[in-house]
Write a protein that binds this ligand. Sequence first.
Ligand code: TRP
Length: 456
Amino acid sequence: MSIQNSNRENWGSKLGFILAAAGSAIGLGNIWKFPYVVGENGGAAFIIIYLICTAVIGLPVIIAEILLGRTTQRNPVGAFYALSKSKFWASIGGMGVFAGFVILSFYSVVAGWSFGYIFEAINGVFNDFQTPQAAGQHFEALVSNVYWIVGFQFLFTLVSIFFVYRGVQKGIEQGSKIMMPVLFVLLFILMIRGLTLPNAEKGIEFLFNADWSLVNGQTVLMALGQAFFTLSLGMGAMMTYGSYMSKKNSIPTSAIQIIFLDTLIALVAGVAIFTAVFATGQDTNAGPGLIFHTLPVVFNKMPGGYIFSILFFILLTIAAITSAISLLEVITAYFVDERKWSRKKAAIVFGIVAFVFGVPSALSFNVLSDTTLFGLTYYGIVDYLASNILLPLGGFFIAVFVAWRWGFDKAIVNLKDGAGELFAKYPWMLLGWKILIKYLAPILIFLVFLNSIGLF
Ligand code: TRP
């Protein structure tokens, strides 16, 4: 097919793409969600299943997504349509754009907590926390305050809009290049601090000593959902970022680098946080509040904790920003490519609309906390819908599309762009990808799915 998109934006460099994609992948999913989901699902056994999901499903699907984007140079709807001329497949892309919108709406709420905690840290609030209970109560008091929670959700949304508004190179790429390396260094320092706390070995044991009796079908679904969420897969975020990528660069190499960074950061965050949880005698099962209960107490006890606490929440917020902009970028790219909107207009309009749809998620932690369906709050429902249903479903269709509809042979021709040498050296990689994307990934996703709806 011919691509006449010479005016379309692109990444300034290969490193820029890797850092932007890693910036999308590394976010609240790694530092906030991974630890508490591990805590709720029994620790090491969950981590092992998550790692398997990442290697067997995450890797082939991320390659497929980047490839679809780079080949077509389109947003998800346009990408599926360009290769199939089918309304059905275009609507699968549409489901991705919708999922991105849903995720953005609740993601900004939690990112807002992190944003707000920067100011708590600056004000020295953590100095008063002698016990984890005090930190927990303070967290509860903050999230019960409608003005605080919605206010920071809104501020966070504005910052995300700013980067998408500025464009691919000047906004997304520049921002990622500055902040990602700093995030990495700081998290590493926090891990060392965690490891040198008393009782650190209990945290390590929790993370690396598997108790299989806790595993059931639901655990596997959660692990799969987490693998998709943390890698930004299943809704076209990687596709959209791939659409700005040069054909001179190798997709498999980039995919492995992105996955490596993302997994490393999740594990490092897990070590930093669980050593601290056990050292301060807290509950691993604290749910979404976990890091907001634990870390303030740890900061209070560590030398230089005042400065580290400020830096940590700045960096967590920035990790969240580089992820949120990838969510907003998908909707923006759709409206720019398909509806001929300007980037600036699309970024502002959908940033604000996502904020409005996110308000009930914010209120789920206060005035709507008792309004539940199947025992889940509005926040719980949109999170479950997006992370455990839409993303795995999207991943399933992406794998099926590349392997069966577009066709493996055509996919390979495009995948070889920029990766010719790699495949010449390691020809088994192509076969490996073929087996995973054609059979293993779709079948496994499907089975996990059937199990989750109680079919076996
Ligand atoms: N991966 C990000 C995180 O771990 C969240 C995210 C950004 C995301 N873009 C996405 C999740 C697209 C799913 C799909 O915090």
